[in-house]
Structure formats: C-alpha cells, structure tokens
Design a binder for this molecule. Structure first.
Ligand code: CU
Length: 266
C-alpha cells in the first residue's frame, strides 16, 4: 500500500503533467501572422498551463471532498468545528504570491521583447551603464527585417476604419501591406475612443481622439486577416471591422500603383 503522501505526490504530478501536455498540444489561438505572435503565444501558453493546473486541481479537490465528507447514514450535525490551520494558510498565501510575482515579471519580459519598452537615452556615461527603460507602446523598432517602408494613416470613426496612403494620395477601405516589412501606422480617431486589433498579429492599440498613436508591426504570413474595433464605441461597435491584406512585395506594389492618384503615376 502506498502512503497518503505518495498518493498526493502522484496526483499532483499527474495534474501538472496533464496540464503541460494540454498547454503544449491544444492551440486555442488563431494563426501566428506577425513577429509579435510567437512571443505573445509563449506567455499565453504559460498562463493557460497555470490556469489548467488550478482548474483540474480544484475540480479534483471538489469531487474528492464531495465523496469523502458526504453525510453518512445516521450522522447528525456537521462534525467537530475547525478553527484555523496555520500550515494550510501559509501554503495558500505563499503559492499564489509566487505565481502572481512570476506572471508579473514574465509579462513584463514579454512586453519588453515585443518592443513595448524604450531605453531612456540620456547620456549618463558617468553614472554607469544602468539601462533604464520607460513604457513606450508596442513598437519593435529594433528588428532588422526591413525598414519602415509604408506611411499609412489609420482613421477610426463610428463605425469604420479608413486607411490613407499619403504617398499615393488615396484612401482605402482595406489595409494592404507587404509581408516581412516593418509597417508603421499612425492612428487617429475622428470621434470617440476606438481600438485597432488584429488577433492574428497579437496586437491591439487604442485610437484616441486628439492624441495620435503610432503602432509598428511586422507581418510574417501572406493572407487576409480581420481588423476589429476592440473598444465599445457605440451601437454599431460590433460591426466595426475591416481587413488587412498581407501580400508579397510585388503584389503590394501592383495594388498600390493601381490605386495611386493619376497625377502621381509616372
Ligand atoms: Cu470602434
């Protein structure tokens, strides 16, 4: 016969093992279509595994308690009153604290790797090389895949997105971008707060009236993906969608040349 603690260790390792297996084999997210996506998905996987461990562990505990502490035949009352369990209280304080701290630090690391933090670049060489960083918004300006090649302005209004290509002097209802190039879009709202969300790129940025925001991203997969407004902006918010079309450089150039103002055509 195994001892009680061996059973416990066996069950806990089982729960952790199953959670890791599900976390690494069940993919709940849409396709990864930008260089942000794999970084973001790393964090999602870890959070998903932690959630699974808690969910499966709790469910087993509830089922166990239902059976173990059920009312027996002839039983009267609730049994002996219990008051406090120091060991248990320490465990349920320490474990969540460690998890929360870990998730916080890890999220910061992911955000930093997605380009969300900027070096504070005032030259304090005399003060040593502590690299202070400040919040900056997702930008990824330090990747080497390609230079910022397009100059696109996104206007958001109730209830549509419009994409202005100043270089070609035209406005499009669809956002066309070349693949594997860093794209920089300047976003402005005409009325209320909207949010520019591309699930396949794992990016989302608020669009705020009177305060233009810049969002940089690098698509890695040719295809058509939805752009969704992710900020409740009015009665037709649910219908505020557009598409982003990621295409090969030559296809993008063809599309651009077909659409640009005649005066600009060589
Ligand atoms: Cu909106």
């Amino acid at each position: 016969m195994l001892s009680k603690s061996s059973y416990l260790i066996f069950i806990i390792s089982g729960v952790i093992g199953i959670s890791f297996w599900i976390g690494f084999n069940v993919n709940l997210l849409p396709t990864e279509a930008s260089i942000n996506a794999p970084i973001y998905d790393e964090l999602f996987k870890i959070l998903f595994i932690i959630g699974l461990i808690l969910f499966i562990g709790m469910s087993l505990l509830v089922v166990y308690s239902l059976i173990k502490f059920r009312k027996r035949k002839g039983q009267i009352g609730d049994g002996i009153a219990l008051e406090g369990n120091l060991k248990l209280e320490i465990i349920w304080t320490v474990i969540p604290s460690i998890i929360v701290l870990f998730v916080g630090l890890y999220s910061y690391n992911i955000y930093d790797r997605m380009g969300g933090m900027n070096e504070l670049n005032h030259d304090h060489s005399a003060m040593g090389n502590n690299s202070e960083k400040i919040w900056a918004g997702i930008s990824q300006s330090n990747n080497n895949l390609g230079l910022i090649d397009t100059n696109i302005e996104v206007s958001a209004m109730q209830f549509a997105f419009l994409f202005n290509y100043p270089k070609g002097d035209f406005i499009s209802g669809e956002l066309h971008v070349p693949v594997n190039k860093e794209i920089s879009v300047k976003m402005e709202s005409k009325d209320v707060i909207h949010a520019f969300w591309i699930p396949e790129f794992r990016i989302k940025q608020d669009i705020i009236p009177g305060q233009p925001t810049v969002l940089n991203f690098t698509p890695t997969k040719v295809g058509k993906y939805p752009i969704i407004c992710a900020e409740l902006c009015g009665p037709y918010h649910g219908g505020m969608r557009a598409s982003i079309i990621v295409e090969e450089q030559s296809d993008y150039e063809n599309w651009f040349n077909q659409n640009k103002k005649d005066e600009l055509k060589a």
